[in-house]
Design a protein. Structure first.
Length: 173
């Protein structure tokens, strides 16, 4: 299992943080993390966003958060995107690294007890992002052919990430 992510606090708020390096240029990874046709292949929801600070964000197709909305907090192509998602925030930062691109994903949480649950979800999603970037077919993070979520969740709990938030029933796709 690669890096599970880290529990951190940002300005006193709980968060989970991931860092991944890809052998792809920043511009390619930027498209994967901002374009709706790319996001739907690895992100937990289909995403439509107005590409500007203050722009609306709508999420659909996520069986756990159907119909949620947010606002763009930062939009600085091709290096930074941040938005609210319900009561959480998601921050994506890209920079050139090792001939490719380093992605930092930080999910600022509304409740620290969601760290293991959300961290496990992002772990699965980031595995799907690797497929997308490498040109491997991906049916998204809710499909049967992803990294299994349950052992990933247990690994996060075992690693000491805060837990205790309700776990939704699995969705088969």
């Amino acid at each position: 299992m690669t890096d599970l992510g880290t529990y951190v606090e940002l300005d006193g708020r709980p968060a989970v943080r991931f860092e991944r390096t890809f052998p792809h240029p920043v511009e390619r990874v930027w498209r994967a993390v901002t374009e709706p046709g790319e996001l739907v292949r690895w992100f937990p929801s289909a995403v439509q966003l107005e590409p500007r600070v203050g722009g609306a964000v709508t999420f659909s197709g996520d069986p756990y958060m159907e119909g949620s909305t947010g606002r763009v907090l930062a939009y600085e192509p091709p290096s930074r995107l941040a938005f609210t998602w319900g009561d959480d925030e998601l921050h994506l930062a890209l920079e050139p690294a090792d001939g490719g691109c380093r992605l930092r994903l930080v999910n600022v949480l509304s409740d620290r007890s969601t760290a293991a649950r959300n961290g496990s979800g992002w772990y699965v999603c980031l595995a799907e992002l690797v497929k997308v970037l490498d040109g491997v077919p991906s049916r998204g993070p809710h499909s049967k052919d992803t990294v299994p979520w349950e052992p990933t969740y247990q690994a996060h709990v075992d690693a000491g990430l805060p837990s205790g938030a309700p776990i939704p029933d699995p969705v088969e796709r």
